[in-house]
Design a protein around this ligand. Structure first.
Ligand code: ZN
Ligand code: ZN
Ligand code: ZN
Ligand code: ZN
Ligand code: ZN
Length: 876
């Protein structure tokens, strides 16, 4: 308890320093006793080590030195000091006051909120001596060296610190304060043997803001492999590319007929489309890549799909949606009575259906959209192109020729590159029998030089993939949210840093945006927050740091993330050879593929309402998501009690509300399936699915899909076994339809914004307003035989989510995840399917915008791959 009194004695100092270092300032005051003890124990432990090695003699020696080190450094002393350095080479400290007998490991993860007072006060004298002796030696060897490197901490750039750890590999040194505060996982010895800068995981502001410090590619690809990949890509893309060409030539034929010419004779004018400009269809908001129709009068633009729909009479007016959720107040969200709601707001029928019909003329020509739909309604739309006339069809020919050339040349190439691991592995992959209902789950170390074919095999089936321990591939840069925050706050132009003091967060209970002081948010991340009734408050950051700028704002973290990515051929957002998203030429506006961070609170227990979740949705592109940091908040007994009480209240409220609405539905549900055939089908599916539960172990690579069991019964909810940090449910694409049926049927049992029941469903998955609790998952399995892949993502695990797979995530701890989107040639068909689905959504639907522009990507990827492959074939 001596330590405690020392702590409080210095609280004045803490406050003063806190002003200077805002992110740790408040923390310090609230530092829990336990944490303080830990900090102290570490310091003492280091000292003790020294004592153990050196015995009392050293202790005495240390005392002697304390008296003299400030001014006198006689030769004898220096010699003795060097001896210490050699024999305990740990640069450990001896303790003059510590009476602890306990020994702790040097790296103590929990010491996040380091108290600089402790360091300044407890740092011991040995350290200084050490440095001085070193400096002395240096001075003797190389005077210039000292001149160029005055004693200054590389991290905080301060010279006035007392104690430093010098690196033995470079002239840099780190002060003890920074060592303790920013490198809690590194021991003093480790830093001395190779400093964070030399290890390339330095998290000082300058390093965090520097680009290109590390090599991000974790594997070198031979030219032969490259050629193979490019050929593979062209082969997979060609059918889709041909489809695009086909659509275009159909429209050309219609145009030719209109003009009474042959399709070779018609001349199509190029639309003026500047670099960095996107052209969207004014009706369905899909990106236009080349041929389209345009109004000469009001420049209304229409895509070919819409033209087709107008001609066959299937075009639908894209209605605007009304916001269907009503705020019934705090009490209501916590299971209590609703506030009275103004009548005019209480409308659940949100559609405003424009009754206008838009038809083509009998000859197939189309007039501009009626005024109600945003056009001028008068002029006839003209055919326009964006690429130079004929460019796309030329490319089609080139691509086909390139594949032929490959057939001729690749056997010779193959002989040259006999040792290609790719070819070798192909055979291996075929041998491997994997139960395709389980998730392929390799370790990151095994994915670097092998395993891409196994990846492709599962990926092509539309399966998710988990890669363990990917942070191992990085340099060990800190993913502590505070480190990221510091990089943003202290090193950016004031305009940006001033914006960093507040963040926008989503309150998961109300699904509303809240503004919160950044520091308060992160305090809650590690310590938890509650509402006034003690119900856990789950917050998640919205777009922080601003996602489109992650690379600019946190370049070092961005590099570290990319370096940690497994299967970079696909996932690398800059150079992935099989990533279509990187094939867009410089002048084309790129979609925002990330990386993005997701920082959210989380607790183990499923609350059923206001959980920290990403609701069920599916993405247009593929994605990989790495869990980079977690913090566990332990609930008190009182909180557990409150939670169970409030859950009761929620249940009662649910029943009250559903009672009236669902009397009819319940009645139907009790009956066996009307359609006997459907029933049998479902039973079969169920049986097939239950086989999925067999854990199969092949070289430790297969993740048994049995996690769900742990969540299906509330009795096991509080088990204290070592678990992951984020609970994922990923559905097979094939199950999407059944999933949609289930959600439409049970929509009113779910709550969304303001905890209002979901009254309006446009698209059960794209609306993103459902999270299936374990109860619903159980019901879904019973009713329709649909079951997701369920697993827990652990720290350092990367989850690959194929485009088009509906998925949802619940955070079991506070989590920081970094994710990046990519577009693999295997999943193009899904991207196109989703683009079509999104076209049909109402005008103001949040999922509607065609951000990906997949057709444009296909065209440019074919173009680039043909060019690259040509070069490779030439030079070999
Ligand atoms: Zn420092
Ligand atoms: Zn160094
Ligand atoms: Zn640095
Ligand atoms: Zn359109
Ligand atoms: Zn017009």
């Amino acid at each position: 308890m001596i330590e405690f009194s020392r702590y409080s004695k210095h609280s004045g100092t803490v406050q003063r320093k806190a002003d200077k270092i805002p992110e740790y300032g408040h923390k310090k005051q609230e530092l829990k006793g336990e944490e303080t003890m830990r900090c102290l124990k570490k310091i003492n432990a280091v000292r003790l080590e020294a004592r153990v090695t050196q015995g009392e003699q050293i202790n005495q020696l240390a005392k002697d030195k304390i008296l003299k080190c400030s001014k006198d450094f006689g030769t004898t002393k220096t010699k003795k000091v060097e001896e210490i350095y050699k024999c305990d080479n740990t640069k450990s400290k001896s303790c003059k006051k510590g009476h602890e007998t306990q020994k702790l490991t040097v790296s103590n993860k929990k010491r996040k909120f380091e108290d600089d007072l402790l360091n300044d006060d407890f740092e011991d004298e040995e350290m200084l001596i050490l440095l001085k002796s070193r400096t002395r030696r240096r001075r003797m060897n190389n005077v210039m060296d000292v001149g160029q490197n005055p004693r200054k901490c590389h991290q905080c750039m301060k010279k006035e610190r007392t104690f430093f750890v010098p690196c033995t590999k470079c002239p840099k040194m780190y002060c003890m304060r920074c060592v303790n505060k920013y490198y809690p996982d590194m021991s003093v010895e480790e830093i001395a043997s190779s400093c964070p800068f030399c290890r390339k995981n330095c998290n000082c502001n300058a390093c965090l803001c520097s680009k290109g410090m590390i090599k991000t590619a974790n594997r070198d690809i031979s030219d032969y492999e490259k050629a193979q990949y490019l050929q593979y890509m062209i082969k997979l893309l060609l059918p889709f590319f041909e489809q695009i060409c086909h659509e275009q030539s159909q429209e050309e034929q219609i145009e030719a007929k209109l003009l009474g010419k042959s399709s070779f004779e018609i001349e199509i004018h190029q639309s003026l489309c500047g670099d960095g400009e996107r052209v969207y269809c004014d009706h369905c908001a899909t990106s236009i890549i080349d041929l389209h129709r345009s109004c000469p009068n009001c420049s209304y633009e229409l895509c070919l799909s819409c033209c087709q729909e107008i001609r066959d009479g299937s075009i639908t007016p894209r209605a605007e949606l009304k916001f269907p959720y009503v705020n019934r107040g705090y009490d209501y969200m916590h299971g209590g009575d609703p506030l009275p709601v103004p009548c005019d707001l209480e409308t659940s029928e949100g559609h405003i259906e424009p009754s206008t019909v838009w038809k083509a003329k009998s000859d197939g020509s189309i007039s501009c959209a009626p005024k109600e739909l945003g056009g001028c309604g008068s002029a006839v739309l003209e055919l326009r192109c964006i690429f130079p006339d004929g460019w796309i069809s030329d490319l089609e020919t080139k691509a086909c020729n390139m594949l032929k050339l490959w057939e001729i040349k690749h056997t010779t190439l193959q002989q040259k590159a006999a040792s290609s691991s790719y070819t070798f592995l192909r055979k291996e992959a075929i041998k491997e029998g994997i139960n395709d209902n389980n998730i392929y789950c390799p370790d990151s170390s095994s994915t670097k030089n092998e395993g891409l074919l196994l990846f492709q095999k599962h990926w092509a089936n539309g399966e998710p993939i988990i890669v363990r321990d990917v942070l191992k591939q990085g340099t060990g840069l800190s993913w502590e949210p505070m480190v990221m925050w510091r990089a943003l706050c202290e090193n950016m132009v004031s305009e940006i840093s001033s914006k960093m003091s507040e963040v926008k967060a989503i309150d998961c209970l109300a699904n509303c945006e809240v503004e919160i002081d950044t520091h308060t948010f992160f305090k809650g991340y590690t310590e938890g927050r509650t509402y006034r009734d003690l119900w856990p408050e789950m917050l998640k950051l919205k777009d922080w740091p601003p996602s489109d700028k992650f690379e600019d704002l946190l370049p070092r973290h961005c590099d570290e993330f990319i370096r940690s990515l497994p299967f970079q051929e696909y996932s690398d957002p800059r150079t992935g050879i099989l990533n279509l998203a990187v094939k867009l030429p410089a002048h084309v506006l790129k979609p925002d593929m990330g990386p993005k961070t997701y920082i959210a609170y989380g607790i183990k227990e499923e609350l059923g309402r206001g959980d920290s979740v990403t609701k069920l949705h599916c993405d247009m592109s593929d994605a990989v998501n790495i869990l980079t940091h977690t913090a566990e908040v332990i609930l008190t007994d009182e909180q557990h009690f409150t939670i169970s009480k409030l859950k009761e209240a929620h249940r009662a409220q649910n029943e009250r509300e559903q009672c009236a609405q669902e009397r009819v539905a319940d009645h139907l549900e009790d009956r066996p399936y009307k359609d006997n055939k459907e029933h049998i089908e479902n039973k079969e599916v169920l049986e097939a699915k239950s086989m999925k539960k067999q854990p199969i172990e092949i070289d430790g690579n297969i993740f048994p899909n049995n996690v769900l069991e742990r969540y299906t019964s509330p009795a096991t909810e509080n088990e204290s076994m070592e678990t992951g940090s984020a609970l994922w449910d990923i559905f097979q694409r094939e199950d999407s339809e059944k999933l949609e049926t289930y959600l439409r049927k049970h929509s009113k049992e779910f709550r969304h914004t303001y905890c209002s029941p979901v009254e309006q469903v446009v698209h059960p998955i794209h609306d993103q307003c459902f999270y299936l609790t374990w109860e619903h998952k159980k019901k879904l399995k019973e009713e329709l035989g649909v079951e997701p892949w369920t697993f827990e993502q652990k720290l350092g695990e990367a989850v690959f989510i194929p485009a088009g797979c509906p998925h949802q995530v619940r955070n079991l701890k506070s989590c920081t995840k970094v994710a990046v989107d990519f577009v693999s040639p295997e999943n193009i068909h899904e991207c196109l399917r989703l683009t079509k689905e999104f076209r049909q959504l109402p005008k103001n639907h949040k999922a509607r915008e065609d951000k990906l522009e997949i057709k444009k990507m296909i065209v440019y990827a074919v173009d680039q791959a043909v060019k690259d492959l040509k070069d490779l074939l030439k030079c070999s």
